[in-house]
Ligand binder design. Sequence first.
Ligand SMILES: Cc1cc2nc3c(=O)[nH]c(=O)nc-3n(C[C@H](O)[C@H](O)[C@H](O)COP(=O)(O)O)c2cc1C
Length: 242
Amino acid sequence: MELKKAIDSRQSIRKYKQGEIPDADIRAIIEAAGKAPSGDNRQPWYFIAVKDPVLRNKIADAVEEKASRAAEIIAEGSGAEADRAGNAILKNSGEEELPKAATDSEKFMSFTRRFITFFRDAQVLIIVMSKRPAANFFAKAMMRTEKEQENFLGQLVYKLNPTMQSIGAALENLTLKAVELGYGTCWQTGPNAAWKEIGALLKETGIEKPDYDIAAFMPLGIPEDDQSSPGRKPVDEILTIL
Ligand SMILES: Cc1cc2nc3c(=O)[nH]c(=O)nc-3n(C[C@H](O)[C@H](O)[C@H](O)COP(=O)(O)O)c2cc1C
């Protein structure tokens, strides 16, 4: 597929048709992800493709359980407390509807199912792990004391964040390759709220990655038709040529 077509037709896919995704396609998609550039060529990513519907549903249950606890607080609480609970679950999702949904527990749970746990119905759920940053050669050369290195590392994580930029590059490759192969995905950080519980479920399956954190979730499925995407800012609004 032509790159322009893949870029133009990509959209977040949250509804899926029945069908199979062969392992060869999953491998091709992750191979494309792994070809992305990364800071120091650290390739700070690891992917777990959950095909098993039982495990996928357990992960979704863990996320909904977390959300329902937040919904209870929202129902009982008010003002700052409710806002804090809503934000704790949803701050990463980037949805404009969030503040409205988070004021009402019913809406909150329906939002959760529509925008977070819809991956139950995908053929595969790809869990994206991100390797914790370490002091690189530059930090080691420049910073004499451990404290100085720690500060530098703090800057790397919170300001420059090359690890997250690298993960972003990999996930865009992953997404475009999925489109090329006729699949749909939706970049998700909403489920991260249940990272501890999901980590425990993975541990039960024998997967432990102590130096990694869960960064994102990429459901992969055969797209249902008629899904819509929000518009985009025109190029004049996002570009200055000097
Ligand atoms: C870092 C990141 C996190 C996102 N998290 C979620 C999410 O948890 N749930 C969801 O439904 N969409 C999520 N999205 C998808 C965005 O909502 C979507 O990309 C945006 O609304 C534009 O729509 P489009 O992808 O269809 O063009 C996320 C996207 C990114 C890049």
